[in-house]
Design a protein around this ligand. Structure first.
Ligand code: 5GP
Ligand code: ZN
Length: 118
């Protein structure tokens, strides 16, 4: 069973922010910003490429509600999904990173070859 499924089952502890029947939000163990929350479906879905429009329709208001609760909605935040190998996904259970609490930087994420598309 994957590590996030174990968190859902309560076999591994997490610092929970909010949950409902279908989704769970908890603090990232290695935060990359003052606020760094992971939002996951309780059902094991491997990656964003496997999501359905139905799941996206339900997880969107869940994420928006968390942003409001943490007062991230006014100043802004970043939502990140790493999908698969090239996307840098390390835990193969779909998760949305909510990052905020400060003005975030926008670092170069790949070598300069990306400029060839300009
Ligand atoms: P990915 O690179 O797959 O998009 O991100 C995985 C994230 O999960 C990383 O930011 C990492 O710090 C976080 N993470 C990995 N294992 C655990 C854990 O056991 N508990 C929590 N709370 N976060 C974890
Ligand atoms: Zn899982």
């Amino acid at each position: 069973m994957c590590i996030f499924c174990q968190i859902v089952k309560g076999e591994i502890p997490c610092n929970k922010v909010y949950e409902n029947d279908e989704f769970l939000a908890f603090h990232d163990i290695n935060p990359k910003a003052p606020i760094h929350i992971l939002v996951i479906p309780k059902e094991h879905v491997e990656k964003f490429q496997d999501t359905t429009p139905e799941m996206m329709a339900k997880i969107t208001p869940f994420i928006q509600e968390i942003a409001k609760t943490l007062e991230l909605d006014k100043r802004g935040y970043r939502l990140i999904v790493n999908n698969g190998d090239d996307g840098g996904q390390e835990v193969m259970h779909l998760h949305f990173h909510i990052l905020g609490g400060t003005k975030l930087t926008w670092p170069q994420l790949a070598p300069d070859e990306s400029k060839k598309y300009l």
